[in-house]
Design a protein around this ligand. Structure first.
Ligand code: CMC
Length: 435
């Protein structure tokens, strides 16, 4: 049942003089929403909104963003509090179940996730089909999509227990697959998960351990990585989440829907920005080159963007970027990188950009991708793995939103319409009469 209330009605005057009444829906927070569902049936018109800048595609209770104020809430809790006081799996539980877990609930959840960390041995053979230099995101799309071939038979998406197993499997196995993609790319043997480790430590172990010597997990790195996972866990109806919902709305395998989400995340306008930021900082090379780089960004003909800046929803500082900026200082100090040249360039770049009229006028602020790559690189994680780590962390958001969609009685197959501007109907032209 919808929890939205409809306290008001909007009146739309059509060019032909008719008046159409549209219910105005109110959620618990955020702007009111014009309910246009009956518009076509009642008035014979569509709405037009490429890029969905003014369109609410669903009702949701998971995440709320106030872009003007720079506020991000998961199930009502501020991201800053969750990042400072929770573990990633605690936040996963919250996103999936709506409440923070008790100690007993969390212990049970951690057990359920770790139980599923291994992948079917046959999956390791799939990797051999990829070139060693394949991008990890390309490998992730392929291998996560292939989970459908291992776990899809008899999967009834309307059965809550079956959905819970899918959820646990995905959260547990995506880190294993991401680490396997890395190991494959550098020609090292796959490292099996260790269920005695916490989620982030286990990922570091699968990434960096080798069979011939012991690997000691640095707890500072593990906590910083866990925080990065928390900050990327969900972000309401962004491009990849909307993709997962759209694919899922057809009744497709949830593994295929998540693979589609990974594909959407890969683009540089979305999750691929973290990799692009680091490449950009390296290309700038020194603080003295920042001014000339920003001139290029401001020149529309150059098509150069300041990666890690700007956001469709935030017209203020992205709260996740603020947490990461502070975390970058802590982590680099702990790892002995007190004078990290990339962090110095990033901070100076931010300072200059935030005072520059071009960025001020357009309300462009650092987003989550601006500082995350600097931390990941200091941990020894290669640039090409950055977006795969984003995908790993976002899997819980995608699957929480998929679960919500499946249970929503208003859910229908996603099927937008269009503003057609092509040829009107015309008589067929036979080959000999063409040209
Ligand atoms: N550098 C320079 N100019 C920019 C930037 C940027 N990073 N972002 C937006 N603009 C300008 C843009 O050229 C336009 O200017 P004008 O009005 O003169 O034409 C104006 O700001 C509005 O931009 P837009 O493209 O209409 O905004 P959007 O909401 O469609 O795009 C965005 C949002 C995130 C795609 C964009 O800001 C961008 O490309 N940023 C760089 C890539 C990036 O960091 N992406 C990560 C986003 S956060 C994490 C995630 O979503 O995964």
């Amino acid at each position: 049942m919808s929890q939205a209330t409809s306290p008001a009605t909007a009146r739309l005057e059509m060019p032909d003089g008719r008046t159409v009444e549209l219910p105005v829906l109110s959620g618990t927070m955020g702007p009111p929403v014009l309910d246009v569902r009956k518009l076509y049936a009642g008035a014979g018109v569509f709405t037009y909104d490429p890029g969905y800048t003014s369109t609410a595609s669903c009702e949701s209770k998971i995440t709320y963003i106030d872009g003007d104020e720079g506020i991000l809430l998961h199930r009502g809790y501020r991201i800053e509090d969750l990042a400072a006081r929770c573990t990633y799996l605690e936040v996963c539980y919250l996103l999936l179940n709506g409440e923070l877990p008790t100690r007993a609930q969390l212990d049970r959840f951690v057990h359920d996730i770790t139980y599923h960390t291994m992948v079917h041995e046959q999956i390791s053979y799939l990797f051999r089909g990829f070139r060693r230099d394949s991008h990890p995101m390309a490998v992730m799309i392929g291998v996560i999509g292939a989970l459908s071939a291992f776990y899809y038979e008899d999967l009834d998406v309307d059965d809550p227990h079956a959905r819970m197993i899918v959820t646990h499997r995905l959260i547990a196995k995506v880190p294993t697959i991401a680490a396997m993609a890395y190991k494959y790319s550098i020609g090292q043997p796959f490292v099996y998960p260790r269920n005695d480790l916490d989620y982030a430590s286990n990922f570091l172990h699968m990434m960096f351990a080798v069979p011939c010597e012991p690997y000691r997990i640095n707890p500072v790195m593990a906590r910083a990585l866990d925080k990065i996972f928390i900050l990327h866990a969900d972000h309401e109806q962004n491009a990849s989440t909307s993709t997962v919902r759209l694919v899922g709305s057809t009744g497709a395998s949830p593994y295929a829907a998540i693979a589609a989400g990974i594909a959407a995340l890969w683009g540089p306008a979305h999750g691929g920005a973290n990799e692009a930021v680091l490449n950009m900082l390296k290309q700038i090379g020194s603080v003295s080159n920042i001014k000339s780089f920003l001139e290029k960004v401001k020149d529309k003909d150059s098509h150069v963007r300041l990666m890690g800046f700007g956001h469709r929803v935030y017209k203020n500082y992205d709260p996740r970027a603020a947490v990461l900026k502070a975390s970058a200082d802590e982590v680099l100090a702990e790892l002995g990188h007190r004078h990290n040249p990339l962090l110095e360039i990033a901070k100076e770049l931010e300072k200059i950009a935030l005072e520059d009229e071009y960025f001020v006028k357009r309300k462009l602020f650092p987003n989550v991708d601006f500082y995350s790559g600097i931390i990941l690189e200091a941990m020894g994680i290669p640039t090409r793995m950055f977006t795969a780590i984003f995908a790993l962390a976002r899997t819980v958001g995608w699957i929480a939103q998929w679960n919500e969609m499946i249970q929503d009685p208003q859910q229908k197959i996603g099927r937008p319409r269009q503003l057609y501007t092509g040829q009107k109907e015309r008589p067929f032209v036979p080959m000999e009469a063409r040209g």
